[in-house]
Design a protein around this ligand. Structure first.
Ligand SMILES: Cc1ncc(COP(=O)(O)O)c(C=O)c1O
Ligand SMILES: Nc1c(O)cccc1C(=O)C[C@H](N)C(=O)O
Length: 424
């Protein structure tokens, strides 16, 4: 038995890691430690191969690529939906790969936000990612309401939300609820089952932004009876920068008229009838708009195969082990350095990343990058560290925390300004 806080112990855990073979499937820079998979996941060899295959089909087949070859483009969004369904606990037809996170949110809100009588407001929270808030405010404006119709549940400590507060805010003037599954800063998991049940008891439709949970934790969207959800695929799913997003539509809503219809909303066999009356697909496919972004979908084919091969339950188990280990090292090595762990510690509430606050966070992140550890900084004082189950090792976590300790011991951050970079 190796001693807990030694490099030998980290290596021992790596030797017993049953997902360790997946690390070789990724392009890792062995000079550095990547801890930013919750912002942009790394490229896998399978994602590269599937991208090259799509390029090859364009090169060799031209227009016939839509219906021929081993990956006909016309059905790719549906087949990627099928590959993602298991990750969100959905039936195959409830998921489609389409658009981008924010566009899909616009689409879903344009469909599900139906103010009527006294019910005119949208309920969200004060800690959610800004893009969602911008989209919700824009949707309110489109329906003729001002920002006072957006109700944002506050957090007591600035890090965590209290589900009871959210439920209290589900009053009879709320027409729609949109919440994150995992908060982008603190990594808190919201209890989607409980919130959905409470919303439905009050006849309010509810949807979730899964950007920080997809590929990190398992979901049961169908059984929880969630109305809709949307997510990006470039973080934990490793689909590449700007890869096509995912959307869930509960089958009880199949047949709903899509708010932002286009010809790709059509039932597949009707689309080329070229009629001016839309016959929408009778599944989540109705939430497509125009021609799918094939080149941004291509890497997902391989990325998702790898993911499904490893299995989300094993990914979650290792992710918890990695974040447990990271927090125990931070507690042990960085006690008295002013670092405060602000993510929940219990497994039920902790997502896939560790979130630490320090007043010098912006320049500590710059010093980490100088020392080849890649974190991300979240204003005003947050350091996010995401050890990712498929490609990070326990030794990566060891190196990350020890680099942080060296930076603090030698005050290496002092050579930088404590302000964020343009993209952080
Ligand atoms: C929780 C959350 N929602 C929405 C977005 C915006 O996504 P996109 O830029 O893909 O529309 C992000 C990240 O960028 C995010 O983290
Ligand atoms: N989408 C991003 C981008 O286009 C550039 C840089 C970062 C991002 C991100 O995804 C940030 C991420 N959503 C976050 O949680 O902060």
């Amino acid at each position: 038995m190796t001693e807990t806080y030694t490099r030998a112990h980290a290596r021992d855990m790596d030797a017993h890691d049953d997902l360790r073979m997946y690390r070789d499937e990724f392009y890792l820079n062995h000079e550095s430690v990547y801890m930013d998979g919750n912002s942009l996941g790394l490229m896998s060899k399978q994602a590269e191969r599937s991208t090259l295959n799509i390029l090859e089909s364009w090169k060799t087949q031209g227009i016939n690529g839509w219906t021929e070859g081993n990956q006909p483009w016309y059905y790719l969004s549906e087949s990627l939906g099928e590959k993602m369904a298991g990750l969100v606990g959905a039936n195959h037809e409830e998921v489609i790969a389409t658009g981008s996170t924010t566009v899909d949110l616009h689409h879903l809100v344009s469909t599900f936000y139906q103010p009527e009588g006294k019910r005119t407001k949208i309920l969200a929270d004060a800690l959610t990612f800004p893009s969602d808030i911008y989209a919700l405010k824009a949707q309110l404006r489109l329906k003729g309401y001002d920002e006072s119709h957006l109700v944002q549940v506050e957090s007591e400590d600035g890090h965590l939300l209290n589900e009871a507060d959210i439920i209290d805010a589900m009053t009879d003037d709320i027409a729609l609820i949109v919440l994150p599954s995992v908060l982008y800063r603190s990594g808190q998991i919201l209890d989607m089952k409980r919130l959905t049940q409470a919303a439905h008891e009050r006849n309010i439709p509810i949807g979730f932004d899964l950007c920080h949970s997809i590929g990190a934790i398992p979901h049961d969207l169908h059984d929880w009876n969630v109305d809709f959800a949307f997510w990006c695929t470039y973080k934990h799913l490793n689909g590449g920068p700007g890869s096509v997003a995912g959307l869930f539509l509960n089958e009880k809503h199949f047949g709903v008229t899509p708010g932002l219809a286009g010809w790709f909303s059509s039932a597949k066999n009707k689309q080329f009838d070229m009629e001016h009356t839309l016959t929408p697909a009778t599944n989540a496919g109705a939430f497509q708009i125009g021609t799918p972004h094939l080149l941004s979908a291509a890497p997902l084919i391989g990325a998702l195969d790898l993911f499904n091969d490893a299995g989300i339950d094993r990914v979650r188990r290792k992710s918890l082990e990695l974040t447990d280990y990271m927090m125990s090292l931070i507690d042990h090595e960085l006690d008295g350095y002013g670092m405060v762990i602000c993510n929940p510690r219990n497994h039920d509430q902790r997502g896939g990343h560790v979130y630490v606050e320090h007043p010098e966070a912006a320049r500590i992140c710059k010093a980490l990058k100088m020392k080849n550890v890649i974190p991300d900084f979240r204003t005003p004082s947050g350091i996010r560290l995401a050890p990712v189950a498929l490609y990070n090792s326990f030794e990566d976590v060891y190196d990350c925390v020890h680099t942080l300790k060296m930076i603090m011991d030698d005050a290496l951050y002092e050579q930088f300004e404590n302000v964020r970079d343009v993209v952080s």
